[in-house]
Design a protein around this ligand. Structure first.
Ligand code: NAP
Length: 288
């Protein structure tokens, strides 16, 4: 079997064009231009690349983009003060503080400080708690991107066995909640580094989502023939290539459908950030 490729880049391109149309309509009908503020502390090259991508994507969608590049020496009070100013700024609808922060900063306190009405990265515990309660709220961008890819690939989730490898608050845990909400109705197992016999757990999956940050963790013998495999991982090889957590070539021979890296989940993460920012702009003005 050779797996069908789930093309995240194509879906992201289509969704971003739709979002740009909606942004233009919001401007024409209500004089509103959504604004996204990004905050980067320090000069980690990968973080710089991610923030740059978000900045370009928001401008391409017709949004305003406010980039705050702070030195690595920024203190916790200085960072919190910036978040307070962004919370109060009427032109800012969404706030994203790029992770990881330098070690001397407390990311959790910063995330708690972001106004839940502007929490487009969905990392404030209020937002996460609302998701866990099944209340409407912003959805964390990467898991929301995974769900969009599953929808696009027409994956029948109700009653299906989903295995997620990785339990982070950024990816695995919110995804497990999204997929067990009524309407999605999957049966979800969340695996992690303490899971006994990961291969056997993975083989149970109709849908296997891998978000561990370990190159080549999932091999063909761990995948049930015909399963849908979503590779969230992004790892740099010694020669600078971007690869996922799934041994792509061999798994593609077994799986029914698979996302590539690059070109799978990554483009959808940024797209969901734009969707959340547009949603925030509407909600803050009582427009939806
Ligand atoms: P993280 O916070 O480091 O969490 C990794 C998770 O994987 C942890 O729960 C860890 O288990 C588990 N894990 C690690 N090694 C394992 C192993 N050998 N067997 C089973 N489980 C294992 O990472 P993250 O932020 O969730 O990100 C995961 C990956 O996705 C990274 O490669 C990251 O770059 C990528 N990512 C991509 C996007 C995108 O847009 N494409 C967005 C976000 C993240 P423990 O909890 O037991 O330690």
């Amino acid at each position: 079997m050779t797996a069908r490729i789930i093309d995240g880049r194509a879906l992201a391109t289509r969704r971003r064009a739709e979002l740009a149309d909606e942004v233009a309509r919001l401007g024409a009908e209500h004089g509103v231009q959504p604004g996204l503020a990004t905050v980067l502390v320090g000069d980690d090259p990968a973080s710089r690349t991610y923030v740059g991508m978000k900045h370009r994507a928001s401008e391409a969608a017709g949004m305003r983009s406010f980039q705050h590049l702070l030195p690595a020496t920024t203190t916790q009070p200085e960072l919190l003060d910036l978040v307070d100013r962004l919370n109060a700024d009427e032109a800012v609808d969404g706030i994203l503080v790029q992770l990881p922060l330098p070690d001397h900063l407390d990311a959790r306190e910063v995330q708690r400080r972001v106004d839940p009405a502007k929490d487009v990265d969905a990392l404030n515990p209020v937002t996460a708690g609302m998701l866990a309660n099944g209340e409407p709220t912003f959805l964390a961008c990467t898991p929301a991107g995974v769900v969009a890819l599953l929808d696009e690939a027409d994956v029948a989730l109700p009653g299906s066995e989903v295995v997620i490898v990785g339990r982070s608050t950024l990816v695995g845990r919110p995804l497990s909640i999204m997929l067990t909400l009524p309407g999605r109705d999957a049966t979800v197992t969340v695996a992690h580094s303490r899971t006994r016999d990961l291969a056997a757990v993975c083989r149970r999956a109709d849908v296997l989502v891998v978000a561990a940050g370990r190159e080549g963790l999932v091999t063909a013998d761990m995948v049930r023939p015909g399963a849908v495999v979503i590779d969230v991982g992004t790892n740099r090889t010694a020669d600078g290539r971007l690869v996922g957590d799934v041994a792509y070539d061999e798994v593609a021979e077994v799986a029914g459908a698979i996302t590539p890296v690059p070109g799978g989940v990554g483009p959808m993460t940024v797209t969901m950030l734009l969707a959340n920012t547009l949603h925030a702009a509407r909600l803050r003005r009582g427009l939806s």
